[in-house]
Ligand binder design. Structure first.
Ligand SMILES: Cc1cc2nc3c(=O)[nH]c(=O)nc-3n(C[C@H](O)[C@H](O)[C@H](O)COP(=O)(O)OP(=O)(O)OC[C@H]3O[C@@H](n4cnc5c(N)ncnc54)[C@H](O)[C@@H]3O)c2cc1C
Length: 415
């Protein structure tokens, strides 16, 4: 984040996150990328020991009661070590625990949130199904009432942390005949009889995070484990898209930042035609554009965090801003990672530098937590709605009238 607008407390927080990121053993990162490790339990335990999990959550649950701006400051630094670690850092604490904190009962808060923020238990989130992730309401995992319990059947796929999780936030259809936003329930499911996870995907990047398939066969959970009640899953889903997407944007800043640092050092030392290659505009401008893109992406994360923290932005506007940030930041990061690799030449494509891992890791960011096409769809929908409902009614100059032919009504043909 921008140090010149941080408070002293925020700088201290950033330095805490930096110290944690420096602690991460190099071998852990290499072993995760080589898929020798499928769930880095010790990383989350250490994050918990340092009280760096779920820092926005209330202090009484073990969080720090901090803001979204603070969260983004930490997330950027967490992202630096490894995208895969950052995903695990965020999914249990920032997404599942926030869902419980906002929509769950005290039993779940004590059983899941408190130990998770201490790094003693782990949680994953299951939305995506084999038949599709974008079409959330088309989910086929279902739950049927049986006495005081609900019995869940179905499958989820690509679930980060599935290998190590003790709890899963699972969305299931509980009223198939209801309209889409009233048919789903968000259940907290412990790893119990009928829950099976399999680490089966050979991933291009973001490896070692236990992304697996979750099979639920006659899994029995009590009704009180439904967040926001039965058929209340839609509100949980909508609210969780803030930490999913804004959190992803913030950590992506950190994950791509090292690419610029590596490219800067390399291009200032490497010589061609008797000159350091940074002197060639085709090289130096790529680094310059990367720095510019990263600053623009950071600005977007920062302003979106301020909008959420303010509590004054309408939820629909927050939805648009968060989607814009996710799309813009992840696409900027992809461009940065590729530009930086290009400036390093052939050796940048080898494992002598971690640029190739960064490129592989960053590629995922445009697909998950809602693909960038879905972000575009949300921005489009929200923008048109907001414009005609409110923005078009604001008392501002109508520039459409400032054209020589503005009065030629007969030429303004719309159909
Ligand atoms: C490594 C990894 C980790 C993941 N972690 C998790 C996790 O922890 N929990 C979880 O629940 N999910 C997770 N996901 C799933 C991820 O969020 C989904 O892959 C993503 O939402 C896209 O869903 P899909 O793969 O089913 O693609 P589909 O929904 O089948 O989409 C395929 C393509 O069609 C496009 N598309 C679909 N509908 C539209 C539309 N209406 N308009 C325009 N374009 C459209 C999409 O943008 C995409 O390009 C993870 C995925 C990966 C690869």
């Amino acid at each position: 984040m921008f140090d010149y607008i941080m408070t002293d407390a925020q700088k201290k927080l950033r330095d805490e996150a930096r110290a944690f990121t420096k602690w991460v053993p190099r071998q852990l990162i290499l072993d995760m990328d080589a898929e020798k490790i499928q769930f880095p339990r010790e990383y989350l335990q250490e994050a918990g020991r340092r009280n760096l999990l779920g820092i926005r959550l209330p202090k009484e649950l073990g969080g720090r009661g901090l803001s979204w701006v603070d969260d983004a400051i930490v997330a950027e630094e967490i992202g630096v070590a490894s995208y895969s670690l950052a995903c695990l850092w965020g999914v249990g604490a920032d997404i599942v625990c926030e869902a419980i904190s906002l929509f769950g009962n005290d039993e779940l808060k004590q059983a899941v949130v408190v130990p998770l923020l201490r790094g003693e238990t782990f949680a994953a989130e299951g939305l995506t199904e084999p038949r599709g992730g974008s079409d959330f309401f088309g989910a086929t995992t279902y739950a049927k009432k049986d006495g005081d319990d609900w019995v869940i059947n179905g499958q989820k796929r690509f679930i980060v942390g599935a290998e190590g999780a003790d709890w899963f936030l699972v969305y299931a259809v509980t009223d198939p005949d209801a309209p889409p936003h009233k048919r789903m329930t968000a259940f907290m499911v412990p790893r119990t009889t009928g829950v099976e996870s399999k680490y089966i995907y050979g991933l291009m990047g973001v490896r070692g995070g236990g992304a697996g398939r979750l099979v639920l066969k006659d899994v029995r959970v009590p009704e009180r484990y439904a967040l926001n009640g039965i058929n209340g899953g839609f509100d949980v889903f909508v609210r969780m898209m803030i930490p999913e997407r804004l959190g992803t944007a913030a950590m992506t800043l950190g994950s791509v930042r090292p690419a610029i640092e590596i490219a800067t050092r390399y291009t200032s030392k490497r010589k061609a035609f008797g000159l350091p290659i940074q002197m060639f505009e085709a090289v130096g401008f790529k680094v310059a554009d990367s720095v510019m893109l990263l600053d623009a992406a950071r600005s977007m994360v920062y302003s979106t965090c301020l909008a959420v923290d303010s509590g004054k932005a309408h939820p629909n506007r927050v939805r648009r801003l968060v989607s814009e940030a996710k799309k813009f930041v992840t696409e900027a990061a992809w461009e940065i990672a590729n530009k930086c690799m290009q400036t390093v030449g052939g050796i940048g494509y080898t494992n002598v530098y971690p640029l190739e891992r960064i490129v592989r890791d960053i590629r995922l960011s445009m697909i998950w937590v809602g693909s960038n096409e879905i972000m575009q769809l949300i921005v489009q929908n929200e923008w048109y709605k907001e414009y005609f409902k409110t923005l078009s009614k604001e008392d501002v100059r109508d520039v459409e009238a400032d054209a020589v032919g503005a009065d030629a009504e007969g030429e303004k043909i719309y159909e």
